[in-house]
Design a protein around this ligand. Sequence first.
Ligand SMILES: Cc1cc2nc3c(=O)[nH]c(=O)nc-3n(C[C@H](O)[C@H](O)[C@H](O)COP(=O)(O)OP(=O)(O)OC[C@H]3O[C@@H](n4cnc5c(N)ncnc54)[C@H](O)[C@@H]3O)c2cc1C
Length: 339
Amino acid sequence: MMRLPVLQHHRPTSLEQALTLANDGARFVAGGTDLLPKLKRRQYDASALISLGGVRELSVFEQDAGGWTIGAGVRLVELARSEALRASHPALWQAAIQVASPVIRSTATLGGNLCVDTRCFWWDQTEPWRLAAGSCMKRDRDVVCRVAPNSPRCWAVSSTDTAPALGVLDATVRLVSRNGERRIPLAELYVDDGIDYLTLRPGEILVDVRVPTATGRSAFWKIRRRQSIDFALLSAAVLIELHDGVVTRAKIGLGAVGSCPLFPADAEALLVGSRLGDEDIEAAGKAAAKHSRPMETSDMPSSWRRRVLPVAVRHALREVRGDDVSEARLRYGRQVVLD
Ligand SMILES: Cc1cc2nc3c(=O)[nH]c(=O)nc-3n(C[C@H](O)[C@H](O)[C@H](O)COP(=O)(O)OP(=O)(O)OC[C@H]3O[C@@H](n4cnc5c(N)ncnc54)[C@H](O)[C@@H]3O)c2cc1C
């Protein structure tokens, strides 16, 4: 059985207390579904955990005339249970309900999902495995990247489902530290680097996410091996604004095909001015796939990701166009589909 290292455990009840406790050796923990297994596998070292579970400022979940404010501590199950969110922002609801499994969603939080670690076959291993087969750059900076030995950077892949969805929905995140507060667009929370994949500063807490009232139709598609519990092999979120049947604004978000969520502007531009015909959708999917730079970091070869990404984009765009995609949703949920 893998055990946690000996740690101090702090349970602040306010944001101010949590910020005061922050120090170099301490890590914030929310639901713990990502962090605790990693500490058990000794992927990270920590001397203390600061639990955000009791921090009241992180639990707001409200809709007003301008949109939603969702605290970082809101559990994914609460998003999945919200019929109002499902109606107003389907992409976010669809992303939340597809994270992991019901048991994990009942503990996992939105903030933890947005900050969830990048993944790689060489990284997500136990200490004895690493001792036997060798470490990787993400654990030990002086070791070469095991998937791209000539690369100066780590290629571990972004694995958050909610970020591509929140990105197309124009969400912003509020970050607070002892030095003050800032609000940034969701996309700016991420860096295309497997190790330093967040722009969160030391001691900074993601407090809440603001999701403005949706101006168009949105959808999120995730392709994974097992519908019951699995990270995305790839995902695609879209938002389309239409005026008299013509696309006036398009947003595409891609997950699990790079070290950060990708928002391919040229693929979006292809859709603007179109009537969202089959050829327009096909062209946007292909353009989006050119942005993905998947490496052999996890399940399925990168050639598969490049081939299937346009399929996910296509289905998401067909869904917002109003096509009946229920059969495809079932099919994608049950097996890895190759075209
Ligand atoms: C079997 C399994 C399957 C999974 N499947 C999926 C999946 O399909 N999709 C997916 O997206 N994820 C998946 N996950 C990963 C994880 O469970 C989720 O991403 C979850 O939402 C993480 O939330 P948490 O609250 O448990 O985060 P934690 O584990 O508590 O924290 C994760 C990271 O975020 C940081 N953090 C948390 N909250 C804050 C905050 N407010 N401010 C600053 N930093 C913060 C922590 O310090 C830590 O580094 C899976 C995990 C497991 C074990």
